[in-house]
Design a protein around this ligand. Structure first.
Ligand code: KG4
Ligand code: ZN
Length: 340
């Protein structure tokens, strides 16, 4: 048969993810057969952030057992895998090298080709794994720990950058503000959880570039404003922390929603895809859903558990690239990673 089984391996940061998808070269959204994930969050928590060397070592420990788990779940022998895909970057160099090395070694042993995938393309295409899959073309809001971009997406590999952050990413703004408030790592979900008990209008924080007239973002000033506000509160911070968290979240979300609507106006498109870890944020989802419903714009998200890093999005992106003829898998195994 000409169906392809693609194994995907993600090791760019602090999650080891492995997944298996099946695709038909002719078309149709690839089917996710199995996926497994190991999060290193508890390991890095003691250090208040990701320790790259520890991340690499843990990926080494986890990647083969996770691969075996995925194959067992799918009931497929390793020898049936047709293509091995891995995250080529961006990410931590040592962590990426684990996934790339293991993928190339597996592929070489099997005599099968490998394919390096761009991590952000994985996030971008991840909503195709949800029951309500999008259709091209659409505007994509890519909001992760390292990136904040608006894109016009006309098909697999047909991406036009409309705007991006000129300094910190949205996830970084969440993480750094959370750190200032003593909420630990990972900051985004913690800040968001606390924000649910606070008043988002309590503090007027800056919304940088809100009316800049372009689709770029800037979040670096926000953490300074949060720090200034926290200092001003002094001892009162403890009882106002939820209010400050809610105000911080509102500032980030307002800008993201405002610019996404501007991108829709600029492109004339009526469909939005939100991807990346910050896409899990409840306030962002609620506000974007409301704004888009009023404008008859469809919004698509990855399933919640596929918002943050995972192997499924890497296997999927590889499969979709192969289907679209955007990329050939190769067999020279001269693996290379692109941390930036
Ligand atoms: O996409 P991702 O898992 O990794 C990168 O490729 O960066 O995104 C991680 C980012 C972190 O900054 C994390 O704090 C943020 O996504 N994040 C959230 C939420 N869940 C994850 N930020 C706000 N609210 C959330 N619920
Ligand atoms: Zn990511």
């Amino acid at each position: 048969s000409d169906r392809l089984l693609v194994l995907g391996i993600e090791t760019s940061c602090d999650e080891t993810g492995v997944a298996l998808v099946r695709c038909l070269p002719g078309g149709g959204v690839p089917a996710l057969l199995a996926h497994a994930l190991h999060s290193q969050i508890t390991m890095h928590q003691a250090y208040g952030g990701v320790v790259p060397e520890l991340a690499s070592r843990d990926h080494i420990r986890r990647v083969l057992p996770l691969t075996e788990e995925v194959l067992a779940q799918a009931g497929v022998p390793l020898a049936a895998v047709d293509v091995v895909a891995y995250t080529r970057g961006p990410g931590l160099a040592g962590a990426l090298l684990v996934g790339a090395g293991v993928a190339c070694a597996l592929a070489a042993a099997l005599g099968r080709p490998v394919l390096g995938v761009h991590h952000l393309e994985g996030h971008l295409l991840s909503p195709f794994l949800s029951a309500d899959a999008p259709e091209f073309p659409f505007v994509a809001l890519l909001v992760s720990g390292g990136h904040t971009q608006l894109m016009r997406v006309d098909g697999v590999g047909r991406y036009t950058l409309l705007g991006e952050t000129i300094d910190d990413a949205a996830g970084e703004a969440f993480d750094k503000s959370a750190k200032l408030l003593g909420l630990g790592y990972p900051g985004g979900p913690a800040l968001s959880r606390l924000a649910e008990q606070g008043d988002a209008k309590a503090f007027a924080l800056p919304r940088p570039l809100l009316h800049s007239g372009n689709l770029d973002f800037s979040f670096a000033g926000l953490k300074t404003a949060v720090l200034t506000q926290a200092k001003k509160l002094g001892a009162a911070l403890e009882v106002r922390k939820a209010d400050l968290a809610a105000s911080t979240e509102a500032a980030i979300v307002d800008v993201l929603v405002h610019k996404t609507l501007a991108a829709l106006r600029a492109t004339g498109l009526t469909r939005v895809v939100v991807a990346g870890g910050v896409g899990a944020n409840r306030r962002l989802r609620a506000q974007l859903d409301a704004a888009c419903a009023a404008r008859r714009v469809r919004v698509h998200y990855p399933e919640l558990h596929l918002c943050t890093d995972n192997g499924a999005m890497i296997a999927l992106a590889a499969a979709m690239r192969l289907q679209a003829g955007r990329q050939q898998a190769n067999s020279d195994y001269a693996f290379d990673v692109k941390p930036r």
